[in-house]
Design a protein around this ligand. Structure first.
Ligand code: SAM
Ligand code: SF4
Ligand code: SF4
Length: 337
């Protein structure tokens, strides 16, 4: 033991996604459908959530095992009060050289500058459409898309190292707006990443017919803005990258359904209540909050993290592509995508 662990398939631990809440002010149909996540849904109590101190401690230990990239997510991370305080604590951890957040940006307009000042490096904004009707069909929220666009504008003004835009593509719902999204991202100097709609969780009623394959997404955008492929920047990069031939920047496509990338997956996820998931599609995670609150010392916690990673054998997306039947899965809003 000792050193940085590799899992059973030889993959190191490099990225950690930290969910800071399971709540969200949106009800995206592909993530938290309203008929399941309605008024009666039992969200976590505040006392159940990891405190900032607990998150900081686990992230510091994970950094000691090789984690370099940390991404805050949720639910909607901006619903967690004083997120800036957590950002400042995480930004100060040795080894964490990339601190990012994924958000729906509806609450970002006033938070972008303080988050940047606290040390947040990059922001990814989920934006599935530019017109109100399609935006609403995807997010099922009574807000104008202008709220999200204001958040993006504030993030641009705050000077983050990078702002990416993520669009989940659902056939017959928002695929008609792909070129508009690409144009918007190009004009703003942002990277658009189109994500194949995935069968995460058990509630979104996923059907393969709803998935627009990465190749088709590329054809549609490339027909208007011609593209050429770019090499990956590092092993484990989830998006396949392209550049616009006219110099208009970059486009990413995340084809987790049609082109799985488990072989390079170096990512773990920490749920809002402190379970460590070694795969987005895991049915369960390793509880770390129990030992934390029972007074485990750093060495014990480090051994738990290390052992969980070393035992990892996950390759769900590859198995889905092989036709292997799936296992019970955790909801995306619970571990943050
Ligand atoms: N609420 C924040 C947001 O939407 O950006 C952060 C959490 S959200 C679960 C993280 C990412 O997961 C979002 O970019 C969202 O689009 C993506 N996502 C959720 N459900 C998905 C699905 N079924 N297929 C593909 N991506 C999904
Ligand atoms: Fe909320 Fe993000 Fe899930 Fe949409 S994708 S419901 S914004 S957590
Ligand atoms: Fe990683 Fe699991 Fe996704 Fe494969 S299915 S890329 S192992 S998170």
């Amino acid at each position: 033991m000792g050193g940085t662990p590799a899992d059973r398939r030889g993959r190191p631990l490099r990225d950690l996604r930290v969910s800071v809440t399971d709540r969200c002010n949106f009800r995206c149909t592909y993530c938290m459908p309203r008929d399941v996540f309605g008024p009666g849904f039992a969200f976590l109590e505040r006392s159940e959530l990891l405190t900032f101190e607990e998150i900081e401690r686990l992230v510091r230990l994970a950094a000691g095992l090789g984690v370099r990239k940390v991404r805050l997510t949720g639910g909607e991370p901006l619903l967690r009060r004083e997120l800036e305080t957590l950002v400042a604590r995480l930004a100060a951890i040795d080894g964490v050289d990339d601190l990012a957040m994924t958000t729906n940006a509806s609450l970002l307009a006033r938070r972008a500058a303080p988050l940047r000042a606290a040390g947040l490096g990059r922001v990814t904004v989920s934006l599935d459409a530019l017109d109100d009707a399609t935006f609403r069909a995807m997010s099922d929220v009574a807000l104008p898309v202008a709220r999200v666009l204001d958040g993006i504008a504030a993030a641009s003004a705050a000077g983050f190292d990078e702002i990416k835009l993520n669009a989940v593509v659902k056939r017959g719902v928002n695929d008609g707006g792909l070129v508009d999204l690409a144009r918007f991202a190009r004009d703003g100097g942002h990277v658009l990443r189109c994500i194949e709609y995935m069968d995460v969780g058990g509630t979104n009623g996923w059907r393969l017919d709803d998935v627009v394959p990465a190749a088709e997404i590329l054809d549609r955008i490339g027909a208007v803005f011609p593209l050429e492929p770019l090499p990956p920047r590092y092993p484990g990069e989830v998006a396949t990258r392209y550049r616009y031939l006219d110099g208009g920047g970059e486009l990413g496509v995340i084809g987790s359904v049609t082109t799985p990338f488990c072989g390079d997956c170096t990512r773990a996820r920490l749920s809002a209540i402190g379970e460590l998931y070694t795969c987005l599609f895991s049915g369960s995670g390793r509880d770390l909050r129990g030992p934390l609150r029972a007074g485990a010392d750093d060495e014990e916690l480090r051994a738990l993290l290390d052992g969980t990673w070393r035992a990892r054998d996950d390759r769900y997306s590859e198995q889905r592509a092989d036709g292997t039947p799936g296992l019970a899965r955790v909801e995306m809003s619970y571990i943050g995508g």
